[in-house]
Design a protein around this ligand. Structure first.
Ligand code: ZN
Ligand code: ZN
Length: 499
């Protein structure tokens, strides 16, 4: 029996200067191989309370992605072959030639070893081996036949969910149980930098007899912000130039920098140096967004006011030009009461005040079943039950965000403009609990509020004067306890007075 062959054995220390860069190295895969395994270790895994984070991605000869492992474990093993792949990676043949192993260095804290000590080993095998990892996945066909032409209705969905294909601590079966328990009409699987969970989730939902649609996508996990690419099949390159930097002109050759000049890795006695280069991403975040949109997808800025480096590397949104190209902004991420959501809402209001017509979304960002599902919000879309229709609704703002109660525009219809002759605005409410109020916001100012009855009602707001073109309105449903802090329960997207 032929045995595995080591094609790379390396070790050294990644210095703090290596953080927020991608180091790449190529390995020569001989002909006739049927399996490939990469093993990465690093230590220390954390310094005081801050976690170091190094993740792996693989590219085959020619540059096609074979997946990414955005995992936080300090030992990571990736295995791929004709009919199997570690979650996050793409099963298939192992072509010979120069493969690229990429280390995304998200965070390296200063430490008494000068950073993090790492080892990286790659081996190949002419015969498929029995997988070491317990997370075997069979390769499967792609594609999903969605029903079409069905009349629109309000569809409840979660636009932001992770699985064990990246750093989720739950698998596909648990997500199916969540979709059932939350009565989700659609769910977007948005693993970090990989799309490989999409098809297994579709198949598992189908096998469970659920009609929940899967919005294919991934969370573009950069060092300067996270964004969801929604409604595209397959992989998308997340690597961009840093915020504020210009696109790199590649016309004069490959700008990758040999590490020898960069001093980002140190080598001690006994280490085996790896010939790394620093990956130079070519495009801006705008170019990344335009590429997603060119494939028919949506580009949604996620949790823009989350904590940043080093507490949550890349989580804070730093690309200030985003309102010019974002399709939507996730203002409600996970637990609605979090400070970062207040700050995200304030950022969105600044975009609106500047005249950008960018709608908002909500998502659980669940990495495991939510412990307090009543605090997590959903995006309700006025759409037919097919992916394209839901994508259109999110893009147009034909949506509302809610932790439970229904709150939808009655006039004008969600996602459309306010006709200049409309005498009043109105919203339809359902499932409202005691102690709630509706708040009408106009151009960022609270202009009217009143208590609303429990259950179902329609609330109208007469327009006393004709608003000028570009004026926008939004309605919030707020729970106002007798004692304590008011809590946002639901929010429409804005409607604008037509120009
Ligand atoms: Zn994120
Ligand atoms: Zn996320």
């Amino acid at each position: 029996m032929a045995s595995p062959v080591a094609i790379l054995r390396g070790s050294g220390t990644l210095t703090p200067d290596a953080a927020r860069r991608t180091l790449v190295t190529t390995v020569a895969v001989p002909e006739g191989m049927q399996a490939l395994r990469c093993r990465l270790t690093y230590a220390p895994s954390r310094v005081n309370t801050i976690r170091n984070l190094v993740t792996m991605a693989l590219f085959e000869p020619g540059g096609a992605s074979r997946g990414a492992a955005h995992r936080h474990e300090p030992t990571q093993i990736v295995e791929i072959g004709g009919s199997f792949a570690t979650p996050g990676f793409v099963a298939g043949t192992i072509p010979s030639g120069a493969w690229t192993v990429a280390l995304d260095i998200h965070c390296v804290m200063p430490s008494d070893v000068g950073g993090v000590k790492y080892t990286l080993d790659v081996e190949v095998s002419p015969v498929p081996w029995t997988l070491a990892s317990s997370t075997r996945r069979e390769a499967s066909a792609t594609g999903d036949a969605a029903p079409d032409g069905v009349a629109p209705r309000w569809l409840k969905g979660d636009l932001h969910v992770h699985s064990d294909h990246s750093d989720g601590r739950w698998g596909i079966e648990a997500i199916v149980a969540y979709a059932r328990a939350a009565s989700l009409d659609y769910i977007a699987l948005t693993d970090h930098n990989t799309h490989t969970g999409t098809q297994p989730l579709r198949e598992a939902l189908r096998a469970a007899g659920l009609a929940t649609l899967v919005i294919p996508g991934l969370e573009l996990t950069t060092y300067g912000g996270h964004a969801n690419a929604l409604g595209i099949e397959g992989w998308a390159d997340w690597r961009t130039v840093p915020p504020g930097a210009r696109a790199i002109d590649r016309s004069e050759g490959d700008p990758e920098v040999l590490l020898a000049d960069a001093g980002l890795v140190t080598v001690a006695d006994g280490d085996v140096p790896v010939p790394f280069a620093v990956h130079q991403p070519g495009g801006t975040m705008e170019a990344t967004a335009r590429a997603i949109q060119g494939r028919g997808g949506l580009f949604v800025v996620n949790h823009p006011r989350s904590a940043g480096y080093p507490a949550c590397t890349g989580c804070h949104w730093d690309f200030d030009d985003a309102p010019a190209y974002a399709d939507a902004i996730e203002v409600m991420n996970g637990d609605w009461a979090r400070r970062q959501n207040d700050d995200g809402l304030a950022l969105w209001d600044r975009w609106l005040a500047a005249g950008w017509r960018v709608p908002a979304t909500a998502g659980s960002d669940a990495h495991v079943a939510p412990t307090h599902p009543e605090r997590v919000g959903y995006t309700f879309a006025w759409a037919s039950p097919d992916v394209a229709s839901i994508i259109r609704a999110v893009r147009s703002g034909g949506t509302y965000l809610s932790r439970g109660p229904r709150l939808s525009w009655e006039a004008p219809v969600a996602g459309t403009d306010v006709a200049r002759t409309l005498p009043e605005l109105s919203v339809r409410l359902a499932g409202v609990t005691a102690g709630c109020q509706v708040h009408l916001w106009r151009d960022g100012r609270l202009v009217e509020f009143r208590p609303v009855p429990e259950g179902d009602s329609i609330q109208a707001f007469p327009l006393k004067s004709r608003p000028v073109a570009g004026t926008w309105f939004r309605v919030h449903l707020v729970h106002q306890p007798k004692v304590g802090t008011p809590e946002l329960f639901a929010m429409t997207n804005p409607v604008w007075v037509g120009r």
